[in-house]
Design a protein around this ligand. Sequence first.
Ligand code: FPP
Length: 246
Amino acid sequence: MKKSRPHSEQEGELVVPKSVAVIMDGNGRWAKQAGLERIRGHERGIDAVRTTVTECARLGVEALVLYAFSEENWQRPKREVDMLFRLLKRFLVEERATLMDNRIRLLHSGRRERLAADVLRLLDETIAMTADNDGMRLSLAISYGGRQELVDAMRALARKVAAGDLLPDAIDERAIHAALYHPELPDPDVLIRTAGEQRISNFLLWQVSYAELHVSDVCWPEFGKEHLLAAFRDYGRRVRKFGKVL
Ligand code: FPP
């Protein structure tokens, strides 16, 4: 790609990535600044989720992964964890029409073990309901950790080796990729993080190897269509070399 002159956030060609991942950060900070309880930030975060999901689907993004609840988030106060899952359950019911209207197929990335039965039931029901949708795939990363995903993948491969179905030397990048939670999803082209933080925080560690990072200064509840478009314009300005010389 091109162009070395400086750009403002408003300038540049909008390039819609095939695959997008988002670390939705700053709900707590937004609430604090507004003099509200942290949970109100998560509540407002749902509106930003709806905007980003529908806008990505409208623009033709093929896959969107949202970091909704990390393995580390289990260490938050029980009250906040309970409230987050209450919101998540509400989302899984109330947004079904939006998912169906936009032909979005829902997936889950993460460990199921610690999820409550009612969360799993709603998740599985919504996944089943949207399974035949042929539009954007939306994966909610819930009880998700990038290292944990790799541990689970290694265990699956080790079981195959132990059963005599896989030779150790046959373990290559393809085999590891195929053992991830959703190998069918394309690796993110762009990883968006809000609230100004410049960290990966254990998100999609294998998959983001060549993702372009876009850090937005706004807190997640304020992240709207204009911020998503700014991220895609920023992406359009990137020169992707994948380690090669162009
Ligand atoms: C980070 O903000 C956000 C989370 C840990 C949870 C994200 C959840 C939502 C946006 C709502 C539910 C999501 C779905 C998909 C229904 P933070 O609490 O770490 O903010 P802080 O760093 O400012 O404290």
